[in-house]
Design a protein around this ligand. Structure first.
Ligand SMILES: Nc1ncnc2c1ncn2[C@@H]1O[C@H](COP(=O)(O)OP(=O)(O)OP(=O)(O)O)[C@@H](O)[C@H]1O
Length: 268
């Protein structure tokens, strides 16, 4: 039997309490797997530990207990195998859009010639519609454009897994929709494996193959894994016409307004 691409088992995180002793676990007994090429979204109330799980997957935080295996190897520290995009862009302000992407590409392939690095970086910036803004610095870009540069940089290093922490959270609805479409196009074209946090149920239904619902913390758990069995060809424009869309949407909203906070309803 082939093993899943990502396997997370028995994950627990405690932060120190006020007295310096370990506090109650934010989440406990978190176990899930992701197949190669799968898009998984995680939804749960504020504070249940979504970002902490993503940071542990990124290798920039450590679990208090548990194992994480990606592509047969234990996750231990950050790696260019995992590309991360946060809600607030993390671009280097003194570099242009192109130089920000080139920076990542050079780290990934130190042996590449200058021209190769440039061509590769330009291609990814063009994919997110920024071919015209290569030489602009972050301060000259809108919020949506900055997030696009971050997405281009993450995709350009061709990571084995992409980790997205509410990447569109700070954007207006129109820009958000456009970038969702761009992300969907690139993910479909590249078969990228993605783990993404969102608070937006429609965004999750549009993008995800499965949606991981978390109960509230402390002691947050994975309450349900909801498969999104709608055609992968779905788009923002067609989503609400898909049979089954409202069933999934109602299920997610009911969970968030009710079950997420009820410990006894949470499956182990
Ligand atoms: N460095 C830290 N030290 C102590 N507690 C922390 C630390 N980082 C996070 N926490 C706590 O862990 C819990 C989970 O935080 P986390 O940011 O992972 O939640 P989240 O589900 O991503 O929330 P949100 O949806 O609001 O972003 C919160 O109660 C938070 O206060």
């Amino acid at each position: 039997m082939t093993r899943p691409f990502l396997e997370v088992d028995d994950l627990c995180k405690r932060y120190p309490g006020r007295d310096g002793k370990p506090g109650a676990p934010v989440f406990d007994k978190i176990a899930f797997s992701i197949d190669k090429g799968e898009f998984v979204c995680v939804i749960g109330h504020s504070g249940c530990g979504k970002s902490t799980i993503l940071n542990i997957l990124a290798g920039i935080d450590e679990p208090s207990r548990g194992t994480l295996i990606m592509d047969g190897r234990e996750i231990a520290g950050p790696s260019l195998d995992r590309g991360v995009v946060f809600q607030a862009h993390a671009l280097l302000p003194w570099l242009t859009a192109l130089q920000n992407v080139e920076f990542g590409v050079r780290s990934r392939w130190p042996g590449h010639r200058r021209e190769q690095v440039r061509e590769h970086s330009v291609r990814y910036l063009e994919m997110v519609g920024l071919g015209h803004a290569l030489d602009k610095k972050p301060a000259e870009l809108s919020g949506g454009m900055k997030q696009r540069v971050g997405i281009a940089r993450a995709f350009a290093i061709q990571p084995k897994m992409l980790l997205l922490d509410e990447p569109f959270g700070a954007l207006d609805a129109l820009t958000r929709g456009t970038i969702q479409d761009e992300l969907l196009d690139i993910v479909r074209a590249t078969g990228q494996t993605v783990f993404m946090i969102t608070h937006d149920v429609d965004e999750a239904i549009l993008l995800a193959d499965r949606i991981m619902l978390m109960s509230t913390g402390p002691y947050a758990r994975i309450a349900q894994m909801v498969p999104v069995d709608l055609p992968r060809s779905r788009t923002r424009a067609t989503l609400h016409h898909e049979p089954g869309y409202y069933d999934i949407r109602n299920h997610l909203v009911d969970f968030l307004v009710d079950k997420a906070t009820k410990k006894e309803s949470v499956a182990s």
